[in-house]
Design a protein around this ligand. Structure first.
Ligand code: GLP
Length: 244
């Protein structure tokens, strides 16, 4: 199994730019690819750079399909804190004909377990994810797979930890307590993963992901067994690594 590759850049913007360039190159090489996309503050500058690279490098954006990792349960798509709204703002509204090929789980579905199973089946039916973009939570979560989640979990409705609820952006008072997320097992099936972590608040999670034995205490450490994962860090997120 394939030791994760680590790339360290000087600051958060350079790290995000590097990830955006990887995405742009991937789309150029494989325009009809299936992407797995991520949300969160860390990803905002990635999409910012990608929006600039698309016209600059004439990156083909007319043929890809994408599946986002997760969405809150019970939050309308029009709510600015929803991941639907985040993706529309950051990327999908800047791409022609994104509707119908850029998907997120439906956190408003009547039957959430059925929606999660449908989403999982839809990814598989389209041949699986080629390139999965990932962030990491301060507690090591990927998608919304919190510590303790089995490494073979599939897409499902999940409870968010208190820490994750506190770190949440875009909500004033009522913070969502649940989400639908791709499972760790779902993420592990992506052919290639690209994980970005920036800032000192992620340093402990990054160290547990890369340098501790794999453990469900740090969901991202499952990626140690993934055959093709690259972790992109800034100096601060890398500051607690012994081996770099
Ligand atoms: C979330 C997402 C994750 C993300 C993480 C870190 O809300 N479900 O996919 O990686 O938390 O977010 P941020 O980049 O805002 O620190």
């Amino acid at each position: 199994m394939g030791a994760m590759k680590v790339t360290i850049r000087n600051d958060a913007d350079e790290a995000a730019r590097h990830v955006a360039e990887q995405l742009a190159d991937h789309l150029t090489n494989m325009p009809a690819t299936i992407l797995g996309l991520a949300t969160g503050e860390t990803m905002r500058p990635v999409y910012g750079h990608l929006r600039k690279l698309i016209p600059e490098r004439q990156v083909p954006t007319g043929a890809f399909t994408s599946f986002n990792l997760d969405e809150f349960i019970g939050v309308p798509n029009t709510h600015p804190g929803s991941f639907h709204a985040f993706m529309a703002r950051e990327l999908f509204s800047h791409i022609a004909d994104a509707q119908g090929r850029c998907f997120l789980p439906d956190g408003l579905a009547d039957n959430l377990a059925a929606e999660a199973a449908r989403y999982e089946a839809e990814i598989a039916a389209r041949g699986g994810i080629e390139l999965q973009l990932l962030g990491i939570g301060r507690n090591g979560h990927i998608g919304f797979n919190e510590p303790g989640t089995p490494f073979d979990s599939r897409t499902a409705p999940v409870q968010l930890s208190r820490q994750t609820q506190q770190a949440m952006q875009g909500f004033d008072a009522e913070r969502p307590q649940m989400a639908i997320t791709m499972g760790i097992g779902t993420i592990m099936q992506a052919r290639r993963c690209l994980l970005l972590a920036t800032g000192a608040a992620k340093a402990a999670a990054v160290s547990a992901m890369l340098e501790a034995p794999p453990s469900t205490a740090c969901p991202a450490s499952a990626l140690q067994a993934h055959p093709d994962t690259t972790v992109v860090l800034d100096r601060h997120a890398a500051s607690r690594l012994a081996g770099y």
